[in-house]
Design a protein around this ligand. Structure first.
Ligand code: B3K
Ligand code: ZN
Length: 881
């Protein structure tokens, strides 16, 4: 394990490397316990570099077997080999020379799942961000681009399949039951995109013909017997390839594209050139085992990794500070893809829900950092919602500001100008500025300034003068090590609704920095005046969530309700309704804390029945509109002195009040939506299931008994309906015989399918209430649980800590103590996954005093442990700071 040395990496310290490595030849002789790696590097001095400077290669936990310089064994005085570096001081004087480096690895012992490791008997690699240095000594930084040739040797019986990046060159048999394959990737790439897979896997094959007529062989490799479960992923891949051609003019560039699903993986997937490696959770799906949510995730992640081929691989990052250059942009691209494949408003709502649930708390807490950070201790801790999700929002804002055509023209310029390079955010922004003649210097603050901007808007209508005005103000909150903030360029899409609910035409009197229905807020304060407005309009602002801000709008509840009913922008209708629910819930939680019964306004209780039966709206949209803000959403909006028990009670009582008011309509809709057709994973069918399952939650609450959920559980023909029913049973009736029976039945039915058992773990770890911490402890002893498998850990411990508001935040601190101890246990094998788990504590200062103290104690307990990994120490120190 790499312990923390306290070293901090700074953007301003970036220097181009003095040496380049244009060519890499790798040879692997694979063995579970002793793999031999021979790396032959062609090294060049960058012009102008003196011959005498030593070459320092990165390593991580390596020991050098031998070193040859231009084919001659190097003598001990010319280099110094350590676990984390190889320094070669006596180098040939020629501009170009060759190093041959021998290392030996133990893949079976690698539980950190970085570098070369074994997952279920399959050799696989993960090199981003700094895993390549666990394989061989190298200039392991993204601006070193090399052409790779890879030879893999393995025992045929162990690994009939041998894959690496690029195109296959040759393969054949060797002595003693061994065989080999050679791969060549003609596109220069950084080491983080290197990949190797060797094992005994089944395959699904297909092909794709690109727009220019080139045939590409596609392969998805999975465990034997699971090939059929990869058909949806294959279809998603082909749709992604076509979409990128049609929307960004990007064609695939190799003869083969392979995807391998492995069961031990630290994150979702990895975009290695021509050889994507996936967490099997995001490949395998069939109706009996995958929910609609799983299908949508598979589609999005397959697309995301494929889109990286251009945004990330062909054009990569100069250094890790530029991570959003590839991640934010690629998330934006996968969002657009999913919006085109499914429903645009539904997709937008889902994106904003995720952004607010994951990125807003990060931006408002101790781990806040700019979309392009300026410093890091452990880069793996910066694969964050800010870099990914907010990074995507920033790209979306560029498109809003420029308009669709200039945006596309600037993207074309970016691809054209920087193909084959490792570049920066400045290079990216320059393309948009050049094509559009917009000055984006103020806009660039979105990359450099952390914190969610708060925008207040005071509308005012003067009937005597027929003038309507908007007084606007922006405020950027302080974030760690950044107190002085500059005003940002905030594009706010808007409309004014007349009394008939339609958008009115407007004319400006003042402050008209407005283009195509977007107000460009640039100054700290801004006044917009409209003239000739005959009747008081209702303002709809930040339509489509055009800017990732916290909006505070002084507006009456009736106006929010008016927007919820009439706004032409479906996203904004949802936003208004969500605002109304949140407001009710915050007030209800305060009443509960004060010891009184919550009361809800009649308008709020009446509206849900109308939504449920409004067939002019898609079912998926209705499902989202009827979903109450999650407990964590309410906590985030409260911001301080949070009492999760009061929030949970408030949410439960609003759910019941709505259910009581709407039960007849809900029951009719629930019955009408019953699905008699064969399963289809398409968005429309999924939407109907989503709506029906939201209604089930209300109906179960209203009846206060489990029979409806149990009957759905027993008759369900797909995993979406089965898991939803199980979750209602377990969460609303945890002590009932029905819930226990259903849980047992589910466990038995899926005992051989770890991915489905993850759902079983997750449903139980998120049962509300103080008893769940003991249940989670107990489930850690279940034979299907393994502390070294990241999917198991995330389903049981991760879900408990990040989603179980009344369990994790148990008032006596037991949820925190348990999580902290488990984080330490996980860290012994896998520091990256442990650091991720610890993020659950990030909002601890917003809690009420008692819980704050318990959380601080638990964090300090972790901090006291000697020899913490760099990953975990970084998170804990920043969280406690
Ligand atoms: N680029 C990878 C993430 C790598 C994470 C390293 N800790 C997957 C993705 O974003 O596409
Ligand atoms: Zn990515």
């Amino acid at each position: 394990m790499r312990t923390d040395t306290g070293q901090i990496f700074r953007l301003e310290d970036y220097r181009p490397s003095e040496y380049l490595i244009p060519q890499v030849d790798l040879a692997f002789r694979l063995d579970a316990h002793e793999t031999e790696v021979t790396a032959t590097l062609t090294v060049e001095r960058r012009s102008g570099v003196e011959g005498a400077r030593p070459l320092v290669l990165d390593g991580d936990g390596l020991s050098l077997d031998y070193l040859l310089i231009d084919g001659e064994r190097a003598d001990g005085s010319s280099y110094e080999a350590a676990h984390d570096s190889l320094t070669i001081s006596k180098l040939p004087s020629a501009e170009r020379f060759c190093l041959t480096i021998g290392t030996r690895l133990n893949p079976a012992a690698n539980k950190a799942l970085m570098g070369l490791y074994l997952s279920n008997g399959v050799f696989c690699t993960q090199c981003e961000a700094e895993g390549f240095r666990r394989i061989t000594y190298f200039l392991d930084r993204p601006d070193i681009l090399s052409v790779y040739r890879v030879r893999i040797e393995a025992r045929r019986s162990e690994a009939p399949l041998l894959l690496s990046n690029g195109n296959p060159v040759e393969s054949g048999r060797l002595e003693d039951g061994w065989h080999y394959a050679v791969w060549h990737d003609p596109f220069p790439k950084p080491s983080y995109l290197f990949a190797l897979v060797a094992g005994d896997l089944g395959a699904l094959h297909d092909s794709f013909t690109t727009a220019s007529g080139r045939k590409v062989s596609l392969g998805i490799y999975v465990e034997h017997g699971k090939e059929a479960r990869a058909t949806y992923a294959m279809d998603a891949l082909k749709r992604s390839m076509r979409w990128d051609e049609e929307h960004f003019g990007r064609e695939y560039d190799l003869n083969v594209f392979n995807i391998v699903a492995v069961s031990d993986f630290n994150m979702g997937a990895m975009e290695n050139k021509g050889l994507n490696i996936f967490n099997d959770k995001y490949v395998l799906a069939e109706p009996d085992t995958a929910t609609d949510h799983d299908y949508a995730n598979i589609e999005a992640i397959i697309a995301h990794e494929y889109f990286h081929n251009w945004t990330g691989n062909r054009i990569t990052c100069r250094d890790w500070f530029q991570l959003c250059l590839k991640e934010g942009l690629t998330v934006y691209r996968d969002h657009e893809f999913s919006a085109d494949q499914r429903s645009r408003p539904v997709k937008r709502i889902a994106e904003v829900k995720t952004l607010k649930a994951l990125q807003f708390p990060e931006d408002q807490g101790p781990l806040a950092h700019p979309v392009r950070p300026r410093r890091y201790r452990e880069i793996n801790n910066f694969y964050t919602p800010t870099v990914y999700e907010k990074g995507a929002e920033v790209v979306r804002m560029i498109r809003t500001i420029l308009g669709a055509e200039p945006f596309r023209a600037a993207m074309d310029l970016y691809f054209d100008r920087h193909d084959g390079q490792a570049v920066t955010i400045e290079d990216f922004l320059a393309c948009f500025e050049e094509v559009s003649n917009h000055d984006l210097s103020q806009f660039a603050l979105w990359y450099h300034q952390a914190g969610t901007p708060a925008v207040t808007v005071h509308p005012h209508y003067d009937a005597d003068t027929s003038e309507y005005s908007l007084e606007m103000e922006q405020f950027i909150p302080s974030t760690p090590s950044e107190t002085h903030k500059r005003p940002m360029h905030i594009p706010l899409a808007f409309g004014l609704l007349g009394p008939d609910g339609q958008d009115i035409e407007y004319e400006f009197a003042e402050g008209a920095d407005v283009e195509g229905g977007v107000i460009h807020l640039r100054a700290k304060r801004h006044l917009v005046r409209f003239r000739g407005v005959g009747a008081r309009p209702v303002l709809s602002i930040n339509r489509g969530f055009s800017a990732p801000i916290n909006l505070s709008l002084t507006m009456r509840q009736e106006d929010h309700m008016f927007l919820a009913r009439h706004d032409q922008d479906l996203f904004s209708r949802w936003q208004s309704l969500n605002w109304l629910f949140t407001d009710e819930l915050i007030r209800a939680a305060a009443s509960i804390r004060a010891g009184s019964e919550p009361e809800f306004s009649a308008a709020i209780l009446d509206y849900p029945a109308a939504i449920a039966s409004d067939t002019s709206l898609e079912a998926a949209y209705r499902a989202l509109a009827l979903t109450l803000p999650a407990e964590a959403d309410i906590a985030r909006e409260m911001g301080s002195n949070v009492d999760p028990d009061a929030i949970a009670a408030a949410r439960k009582s609003l759910r019941l009040a709505i259910a009581n008011a709407a039960s007849k309509t809900f029951m009719c809709e629930y019955s009408d939506l019953a699905d008699h057709l064969p399963f289809s994973a398409d968005a429309e069918s999924a939407g109907k299931r989503a709506l029906r399952n939201v209604l089930l939650e209300y109906l179960a609450a209203e009846s206060s008994e489990p029979s409806l959920a149990l009957s759905q559980f027993e008759s369900a023909k797909n995993m979406t309906d089965r898991a939803a029913a199980l979750s209602v049973l377990a969460h609303q009736f945890p002590d009932s015989a029905a819930a226990q029976k259903a849980l047992k039945h589910f466990e038995k039915r899926y005992r051989d399918n770890p991915l489905v058992l993850d759902k079983w773990f997750l449903i139980q770890s998120t049962i509300p209430g103080e008893k769940t911490v003991d249940l989670v402890r107990e489930l850690m002893e279940h034979p299907a649980f393994s502390i070294t498998n990241p999917n198991r850990v995330r389903s049981l411990i991760g879900a408990f800590a990040s989603s179980n508001q009344t369990g994790f935040h148990r008032a006596d601190g037991e949820g925190y103590r348990f999580t902290a101890q488990t984080v330490l246990n996980v860290e012994e094998h896998n520091p990256q996954v442990a650091a991720r788990l610890a993020i659950a504590f990030r909002s601890w200062r917003s809690l009420e005093k008692g819980r704050q103290e318990h959380a601080r104690e638990a964090l300090s307990m972790i901090a006291r442990k000697r020899g913490l990994s760099r990953d975990l120490n970084d998170i804990i120190e920043r969280t406690l700071a």
